[in-house]
Design a protein around this ligand. Structure first.
Ligand SMILES: C[S@@+](CC[C@H](N)C(=O)[O-])C[C@H]1O[C@@H](n2cnc3c(N)ncnc32)[C@H](O)[C@@H]1O
Length: 296
């Protein structure tokens, strides 16, 4: 059953507040790339015939809502395309052991403990609450000590093929972080899917395009990390494939208009070539253009 408008609203409010391991925010929102997607589809239209069975990736896609929006315009132009949206974190796991009001929340890919909840106490593990909260300090220690042992997790649950499982007196439930509209699209249209993937790893199969929006930023990563991810993008593209990199700037709180600054780089023989820009382009365009293909 599709999510109700209230459920979608609640999901969107909560998902903006999530802080996950790595401390990179998951900020994304409907229409964020309304200005980017038409340009992107046009550039793809210049590079590939409409009948091409395009394989495109959207990396660091957060809840994948903007990926689902892109899928709609992409599939209208390239009906044989496939879009794979990915993020380092696509779901959480809630572990309970039958005691009402008590649960542990983990990041599913890494098993990092995020929160311990016990009655009115919510103990965070990614940041320290004030040391004057002595009871919280006790529950922090207790929650870590008494939590579920991630080594016991059944492989079928880890791979995502089941939503719930019971193991050694624990009940584990997956909490999806993908937007309800993205989940509905993935169920309705096999051309769209979501998977866990790190921007530092090449895709299993090289594709025609890789989009990395609002993730490969100097604020998040140093030059060596950015270069490692650029090498992963390179290996994830077929010759002539397109890398779309950029960020959204400006905040509506300050009355500024949000704008996207994007570079479109094509994989040539040994380097990326600039084929299009929105605004001044990406802040890491220089790193992309100075990249040299590793000698095989
Ligand atoms: C600011 S959001 C960008 C979301 C979306 N691309 C957009 O522009 O609206 C950054 C996303 O990158 C993800 N992320 C952080 N580290 C990552 C990694 N190593 N590999 C893949 N995704 C990562 C975060 O989980 C987060 O959802």
């Amino acid at each position: 059953m599709p999510a109700s408008p209230d459920e979608v609203k609640r999901f969107e409010e909560i998902s903006q507040l999530l802080l996950l391991p790595g401390k990179i925010f998951r900020t994304t929102y409907r229409g964020r790339f309304a200005q980017v997607d038409p340009v992107l589809d046009q550039v793809l239209g210049r590079l590939f015939a409409p009948s091409t069975p395009l394989l495109v990736y959207d990396w660091g896609a957060s809840n994948c809502l903007t990926s689902a929006e892109w899928a709609r315009t992409l599939f209208a132009r390239f009906s044989n395309a496939q879009l794979v949206a990915s993020d380092i974190c696509l779901d959480l796991v809630e572990a309970t052991r039958g005691k009402p009001g008590e649960s542990w929340i983990y990041e599913s890919g890494s098993g990092v403990l995020l929160q311990y909840l016990r009655g009115p106490f919510v103990v965070p593990y990614l940041w320290q609450d004030s040391p004057v909260f002595l009871v919280n300090r006790f529950w922090r220690w207790y929650g870590r000590r008494a939590g579920f042992s991630w080594n016991n997790i059944p492989p079928a649950f880890l791979s995502g093929s089941v939503e719930n499982t019971a193991v050694n007196g624990w009940n584990l439930t997956r909490i999806p972080l993908a937007h309800p509209e993205a989940r509905e699209l993935a169920l309705a249209d096999t051309r769209f899917r979501m998977e866990r993937h790190s921007i530092f790893d090449p895709a299993a199969r090289p594709g025609h395009a890789v989009r990395t929006m609002n993730i490969l930023n100097r604020q998040y990563f140093d030059a060596a990390q950015l270069e490692q991810s650029i090498a992963a993008v390179w290996r994830s593209l077929i010759p002539g494939g397109l890398w779309i990199v950029g960020r959204t700037t400006g905040t509506t709180d300050q009355g500024e208009q949000k704008v996207n600054q994007v570079s479109f780089l094509r994989k040539a023989a040994e380097t990326f070539e600039l084929v299009e820009r929105i605004g001044p382009g990406s802040e890491i365009e220089d790193l992309g253009l100075s990249f040299r293909a590793p000698k095989e």
